[in-house]
Design a protein around this ligand. Structure first.
Ligand SMILES: Cc1cc2nc3c(=O)[nH]c(=O)nc-3n(C[C@H](O)[C@H](O)[C@H](O)COP(=O)(O)O)c2cc1C
Length: 132
């Protein structure tokens, strides 16, 4: 349906970045925060069970933003742990939006390294069910 119910707030303003530190404990000093939100009122709704697709669309946008940034040689980190009402107050035009993700974008510090769990995956047979 191409309804595009997703909006991105690209935050670089130093005082807004400082204020955002008050609505999340996940602060990494990134100079750019891409806040991804969706507007359920604008989204496709599945007729069979009335499932609203806005959040799925926001997750797709967020993921591709991360891949595009990585492709430019930047690093990203998805933050979902924030106070959504508090974050919405710091950004313009958020009425009717559900804020889904705050993507930190920047250059990783020298000492930053993937956590021990970075490469851990559940077994493929548990992840995928073959239906032959
Ligand atoms: C949906 C989602 C929400 C997340 N929220 C946070 C968060 O609020 N704070 C945080 O420090 N990491 C959060 N993370 C984890 C990081 O984005 C990242 O996945 C983690 O540091 C591990 O890095 P790796 O995926 O490169 O191994 C979240 C990840 C996902 C997928």
């Amino acid at each position: 349906m191409n309804k595009q119910p997703v909006h991105v707030w690209a935050v670089t303003n130093p005082s807004t970045l400082e204020s955002i530190k008050g609505v999340t404990r996940s602060n990494y000093g990134a100079p750019v925060l891409l806040v991804v939100g969706c507007r359920p009122a604008d989204a496709w709704v599945r007729r069979y069970d009335a499932k609203n697709g806005a959040e799925v669309d926001a997750a797709i946008v967020s993921t591709y933003l991360m891949l595009a940034a990585e492709n430019e040689g930047l690093a990203t980190l998805w933050v979902g742990s924030f106070d959504p009402a508090g974050l919405a107050e710091l950004l313009p035009g958020t009425e009717g939006y559900e804020l889904v993700a705050m993507i930190n974008v920047g250059y990783p510090s020298e000492e930053s390294a993937p956590s021990a769990k970075h490469g851990t995956r559940i077994p493929m047979g548990e992840f995928v069910t073959r239906v032959d």
